[in-house]
Design a protein around this ligand. Structure first.
Ligand code: IMP
Ligand code: MG
Length: 182
């Protein structure tokens, strides 16, 4: 359990450890091995989805044994804090041409799949030669639209998680492990 003195009492949540540093490190290294092998002779562009994927992308990229370019996108979805409702826009786009490139989206969590469905459609319009998805956490049971996750770190059922880049109300992103919020 972690309680953060910088967060006012009303905001303090009970956090339960879900994935330890060691589990995360092993999982990320495994994903990087797989991706390095699959893209051995390709020109890979990682497209990280801000903000939640920033820690995952940083660790993943440093484990890759192939050269990569790194881009970021930021998408905003309008809805409640915990669930997206399907109204989505691009707030920050990629800054290079993706045409003819092999693109791998790096996302923290696939939940309903609505934001990924939107982002995939958006990136396809850039005409990459391939477009795949790597997600640290897949909440498959919550899916509302079909999304193919090509590289999955962890699968989990329901529950709201924080840490390792992932937030609740912009808090907890800097925690090195992943916790379930009660
Ligand atoms: P989707 O469009 O419902 O798939 O929403 C995916 C996005 O919602 C993720 O990339 C996260 O930014 C956010 N999200 C979904 N589940 C969680 C969670 O458990 N903790 C924090 N953010 C979440
Ligand atoms: Mg996200």
């Amino acid at each position: 359990m972690v309680s953060d003195p910088l967060i006012s009492d009303s905001m303090v949540k009970e956090l339960k450890l879900l994935f330890s540093k060691k589990e995360i490190a092993e999982t990320v290294a495994g994903l990087a091995r797989e991706i390095s092998a699959d893209y051995a002779d390709k020109r890979l562009v990682l497209v990280g989805v801000l903000k939640g994927a920033f820690v995952f992308l940083a660790d993943l990229a440093r484990h890759l044994t192939i050269p990569v370019s790194i881009e970021f996108v930021r998408i905003a979805s309008y809805g409640s804090q915990k669930e997206s409702c399907g109204k989505i826009t691009v707030n920050k786009d990629v800054e290079i041409s993706l045409e003819g490139k092999d693109v791998l989206i790096v996302e923290d969590i696939v939940d309903t799949g609505l934001s990924l469905q939107f982002l995939i459609k958006h990136l396809r319009a850039h005409h990459p030669s391939s477009l795949k998805l790597c997600a640290l956490v897949d909440k498959k049971a919550r899916r509302e639209v079909e999304i193919k996750v090509d590289y999955t770190g962890f699968a989990m059922a329901d529950g709201f998680i924080v840490g390792y880049g992932i937030d609740f109300n912009e808090q907890y992103r800097a925690l090195p492990e992943i916790f379930v919020v009660d």
